[in-house]
Design a protein around this ligand. Structure first.
Ligand code: 5GP
Length: 184
């Protein structure tokens, strides 16, 4: 059996990364998603244990104390973290694993797993990103403002990634990511 591979995706909020990931999970059956934990509220359509493990702040802090995270971050007043057991189960079963975390989380996962491949999805420009966030209508105006500021900060990390894929055309971006993953 070849060694399971780890692919870490980061992208500013609204860059289209969730759509790309869903497509990849359909294409590669041996690929499993590492379900993160979060304290933010569920969005319509999200499922506990599938999109995230939705935890209370108390539950999350308990897991920090128990050293159950590979990495965690707090932003927009909410906690987000990668659980060790989500990854260990996948690796033990020989599955490749895909992570979707913020830029700092990606760099921390690389420290934990040096072979992890970091892929950054970038929007064509910040205006396009604002438009996507506004169209999505899942966040408040204040949340959108924070996410745009954060996106500007995150874009500064692009050089630290192994691959950068621009998402100006979703179909093309998906094809490019698939090509990268198949070549490794
Ligand atoms: P959202 O609330 O839109 O689902 O996610 C907000 C941000 O949290 C995104 O940048 C997403 O990649 C990041 N995120 C989700 N899960 C994790 C995680 O486990 N660790 C870290 N560091 N960031 C995460």
């Amino acid at each position: 059996m070849t060694k399971p591979k780890l692919f870490v995706f980061s992208a500013p909020s609204g860059a289209g990364k969730t759509t790309i990931l869903k497509e990849l999970l359909k294409t590669f059956p041996e690929l499993k998603y590492s379900v993160s934990a979060t304290t933010r509220k569920k969005r319509p359509g999200e499922i506990d244990g599938v999109d995230y493990h939705f935890l209370t702040e108390e539950e999350f802090k308990k897991k920090i104390e128990n050293n159950e995270f590979i990495e965690w971050e707090k932003f927009y007043d909410y906690y987000y973290g990668t659980l060790k057991n989500a990854v260990e189960d996948n690796l033990a079963n020989g599955y490749n694993t895909i992570f979707e975390v913020d830029v700092k989380g990606a760099l921390n996962i690389k420290k934990f797993f040096p072979d992890a491949v970091l892929i950054f999805i970038v929007p064509p420009d910040i205006e396009a990103l604002k438009q996507r966030l506004l169209n999505r209508k899942t966040e408040t105006e204040d949340d959108i403002k924070k996410r745009i500021e954060r996106a500007e900060m995150e874009l500064g990390y692009r050089d630290k990634f192994d691959y950068v894929v621009e998402n100006s055309d979703l179909v093309r971006a998906i094809e490019e990511v698939k090509k990268i993953m198949s070549s490794l």
